[in-house]
Design a protein around this ligand. Structure first.
Ligand code: OGA
Ligand code: MN
Length: 282
């Protein structure tokens, strides 16, 4: 039997349904998942309870993993699977995880194409907070007026890790400040990404610092308006995690953020990233 999908909301999200767990770990399923991600942006596998080996297998079947954390990371266990946690005994430098409280896309400032998808397994959930919000910038773009589309097609945005730390900068311990905020490196990306097949999404989020060739206040105001537009209930989805849930999102169409949770709650998510294949880096 094959896997099947059920809509979660009209414009975003599918729940994945299977008869046998084995149905998920096949090349055919991996292809179906990639296609569904393009159509629906967020895929939820309720209570799948993946092991790391199984998560890596799905990642490989879907196209191969990419490591995002080389630039700044901190965990020595993240060779294969990155542990998303605020637990200081595992993650001595939690700033980048605190940055997930604000709408962002993964890997926008890196030196290679941003990941096509992010895969996240809930190992331990927080008793309060810790849901993840997703906003579908593909559906949000499609709903803009033709005039608004014309105004933003062709614009380029400068992304940096530094910009994504601005919302939490006063919370960074002084001894870490230079290391965290001093991160160099900027990357320009198209504001409107044209995907294979012609669909378009907007690349936005806290890493988006300014628009090339536009006065900084005007550019930032536009980025904020487009983010607010995308976050409307029509285009967005909140996932309330149960232990064992597995979620995949099409990272170049999904703004996402965690709702704040207690750092001592033990919340633990295991993350892998799927390599991007489309050349938006140029
Ligand atoms: C991430 C991320 C969201 C969450 O790991 O990149 O944004 O809910 N996580 O933990
Ligand atoms: Mn993220």
């Amino acid at each position: 039997m094959a896997i099947r999908f059920e809509d979660i909301k009209p414009k975003v999200g599918s729940r994945v349904v299977w008869d046998s767990r084995d149905d998920i770990f096949t090349p055919e399923a991996a292809q179906a998942l990639r296609k569904q991600l393009e159509d629906r942006t967020v895929l939820v596998f309720p209570r799948l309870n993946l092991t790391d080996e199984e998560q890596l297998k799905i990642t490989d079947l879907m196209g191969g993993k990419v490591k995002l954390t080389g630039q700044f990371n901190v965990q020595d266990t993240d060779e294969n699977v990155y542990q998303v946690t605020l637990d200081k005994t595992i993650n001595p430098q939690p700033e980048y995880v605190l940055g997930t409280y604000f709408y962002h896309m993964d890997g926008m400032p890196v030196d290679f194409p941003p990941p096509f998808a992010t895969l996240l397994s809930a190992r331990k959930v927080a008793p309060r907070g810790g849901q993840t919000d997703f906003a579908n910038t593909c559906a949000a773009y499609a709903a803009l007026s033709e005039e608004e589309k014309r105004e933003i097609d062709g614009l380029r945005v400068i992304h940096s890790v530094k910009a994504s730390m601005v919302p939490i900068q006063e919370a960074i311990p002084p001894e870490q400040y230079q290391k965290v905020i001093g991160i160099k490196g900027e990357r320009d990306r198209p504001l409107v990404m044209v995907h294979a097949g012609g669909r378009k999404s907007m690349l936005l989020g806290t890493t988006a610092d300014r628009i090339e060739g536009m006065p900084i206040p005007e550019g930032r105001a536009l980025l904020t308006r487009l983010t607010e537009w995308s976050a409307q209930p029509e285009f967005s989805l909140r996932h309330d995690w149960q232990e064992g849930d597995f979620v995949i999102w099409e990272n170049t169409s999904a703004l996402h953020r965690a709702i704040p949770y207690d750092p001592d709650s033990g919340r633990m998510m295991h993350r892998t990233s799927l390599a991007g294949t489309e050349s938006v880096a140029a």
